[in-house]
Design a protein around this ligand. Sequence first.
Ligand code: TRP
Length: 336
Amino acid sequence: MNFLKIMMDTVVSGIRSTGNLHLGNYFGAVKNFLKMQKENNCYFFIADYHSLTTHPKPDDLHGNIKQVLAEYLACGIDPEKATVFIQSDVPEVTELYLLLNMNAYVGELERTTSFKEKIRKHPDNINAGLLTYPVLMAADIIIHRANKVPVGKDQEQHLEMTRRFARRFNTIYEVDYFPEPDAYNFGMELIKIPGLDGSGKMGKSEGNGVFLADTPADIRKKVMRAVTDAGPTSPGQEPSEPVKNLFTLMNVVSDPSTVSYFKEKHASCEIRYGELKKQLAEDIIKVTEPIHARINDILADNGFLAKVVREGAEKARASASKTVMDVREIIGYRPF
Ligand code: TRP
């Protein structure tokens, strides 16, 4: 490792390969990756082991991974600056995951919000991989001894658990080996991008998302269909949840002057939601169109993708295997 890399913060973040990237992924995570890749030692990966909790068909798995990889690169993640890799190309992470599992308690895993939500939504598929999802995620992060993890608001609790597992390891073995990484968004609040269906966050499977791979026509159609309400009835009235969500989206894609124009219209009960949606759709398209245009070119360039993945795996494995060797030593494995 060169001197500069030692001085830099290490950044790790991943995105599951369970569907196309949407605006939530872009503004919650990927946009920060772009800002961070210049000045940090960054590892960005496709979390394809994590994607197995939902049992993708073998014929689909590779395509899912390739799609998200192409979308990452189309957004501007630069494999010359960051280490871009596929999680399953670095099997060292599964060893660290196993070792961390020995000190992760079923009680704390069962109390995780994301796990409880899965139980509620998919009671027919409560597998052990879901239960230990936060442990694998912690392994992803601390295997590179990262300090910063750019993620959206929904990952905050997982990050807290990562810190706890790192601290616990250090305490048990009386070492100061793993840093406690922080969820990171340039000193600003972590972002939560709402969906278009009036409630909750934008998700890959919720049917409420705008995807980077969507055509402008798709986006106009989706935004025009977004849930609103019957309109404000008294001046200065607080917008309802679905309308607030549209304002939140507008806040990230539109000019501040556009946002205040529509907020004033709402406050004076003169707002026309159709006009707001039209503007919102166009401002979203301004963000997605250049990315959308690059995705297909990158997908068609298999040679390039293969090179990115091969070089990324090499760099990630070098860093991961060093950590696993240290951890084995700390735990007490000795050569014969
Ligand atoms: N859990 C993250 C998500 O659902 C994906 C993820 C897996 C991740 N491992 C990670 C994110 C490590 C940051 C760091 O989006």
